[in-house]
Design a protein around this ligand. Structure first.
Ligand code: HEM
Length: 355
């Protein structure tokens, strides 16, 4: 997995290097890199060369959808469906229909291409879709047709792809934004990186334990970015009692991780970006259970391991290779008061080589 991510780190470097010293669209490069990581895992190929155009079409579609789902009508429809349906504009059902039609076409094409090309006799699996299709064939041979259905494959590819891309991409951009807004942080990261890694190789996962400040910056950025503030809805599977409150089976519940990560008892001055809160008296990384951006419990994030690796390898390598300075517009905004507060705004930055 590390190898797959480092290929994208190097490809991002190649793109950044083309515009050294100029204002450049850093989030666009990061987005392409993260999309290639998840697409390698699910469908076995990267978005480069002739596939680049494919990614650009998907990216435009995602940007369109992100905006489409944040209209006033959609918000009202979610919380008050009867009132919302009378407001002008596209309804939630129309948008979901469009979304399905557009993305299902992409995923179904990928799956059918795979089915044609797979060597069903080979033990090795090149990607998730291939592993699934081989298992599907085994199950069908044993008379089981429902568990590994085509519909299920389409849905799981879609889940992995979307859950894996937007969250990781958004978090990486927030980390860069917080660093650029916090004087002194980049210098401390630089000092640690120069001492532990140096400029003549890539940072690897084996360096992680030796870079406590880097980890603290990532932790603190995830805490402040708080990108899944409401979290996903679940339901209790049996009658239970939480903090003395009886909760009936089948009740909708949400583990509100944002309230835990912004609790001032654990994180004094919680809205302040302060990586040092994760460093102990001996300069080591503090483990703080209340830091839970991937949620908790049985349904916590399935991609946590991959996401943590991506955050560490992208951020540590980027800041080891470059000094990242604000564009003429100043440091990127970290204001979250607009209606899509979990996404950082678009920004440019100036990259210069450090070594
Ligand atoms: C920084 C990046 C990420 C963050 C902050 C994040 C956060 C979360 C959160 C808060 C949940 C909800 C858990 C709950 O219901 O309590 C979740 C679920 C999930 N995530 Fe992630 N995620 C990230 C990256 C990824 C990646 C890279 C993948 C896939 C490769 C992924 C796949 C999933 C899936 C499939 C679920 C649903 C799990 C289930 O319902 O059992 N996530 N994630």
């Amino acid at each position: 997995m590390q190898q797959k991510i480092l290929i994208e780190v190097e490809e991002a470097f190649r793109k950044f290097d083309e515009h050294l010293g100029e204002e450049q669209d850093v989030p666009a490069v990061v987005n392409n890199a993260v999309a290639s990581v998840i697409n390698q895992i699910v469908f076995g190929y990267r978005f480069d060369g002739e596939k680049q155009e494919e990614f650009e079409k998907l990216r435009d579609l995602m940007e369109y959808q992100e905006k489409a789902f944040t209209t006033f009508k959609v918000h009202v429809q979610v919380f008050a469906p009867k009132i919302g349906q009378w407001l002008p504009g596209k309804s939630l059902d129309d948008l979901l229909g469009e979304w399905k039609a557009n993305f299902h076409t992409f995923f179904n094409t990928q799956i059918e291409n795979h089915r044609q090309k797979i060597d069903f006799d080979s033990e090795e699996n090149l990607d998730y879709a291939e592993a699934y299709l081989k298992e599907q064939r085994k199950q069908e041979a044993a008379g089981e047709f429902e568990l590994f259905s085509n519909q299920q494959l389409m849905n799981t590819c879609l889940d992995l792809w979307f859950a894996g891309l937007s969250t990781t991409n958004t978090t990486l951009n927030w980390i860069i934004c917080y660093i650029m807004n916090s004087p002194g942080v980049q210098e401390k990261m630089k000092e640690e990186l120069d001492r532990v890694v140096g400029g003549d190789r890539l940072v690897a996962m084996s360096d992680k334990n030796e870079l406590p400040y880097m980890n603290a910056v990532i932790n603190e950025s995830q805490r402040c970015a708080n990108i899944v503030p409401i979290n996903l809805f679940h339901a209790t599977t049996k009658d239970t009692v939480i903090n003395g409150y009886p909760i009936k089976k089948g009740t909708g519940v949400i583990a509100q991780i944002s309230t835990v990560m912004l609790d001032e008892k654990t994180f004094p001055d919680p809205y302040k970006f302060n990586p040092d809160r994760f460093i102990d008296e001996d300069g080591k990384l503090k483990k703080v259970e209340e830091l839970c951006p991937f949620s908790i419990g049985k349904r916590q994030c399935l991609g946590e391991g991959l996401a943590r690796m991506e955050l560490f390898l992208f951020i540590s390598n980027m800041f080891n290779r470059y000094k990242v300075s604000p564009s003429s517009a100043g440091p990127p905004s970290i204001d979250k008061t607009d209606k899509v507060g979990v996404f950082p705004r678009k920004f440019n930055a100036i990259l210069t080589k450090r070594h």
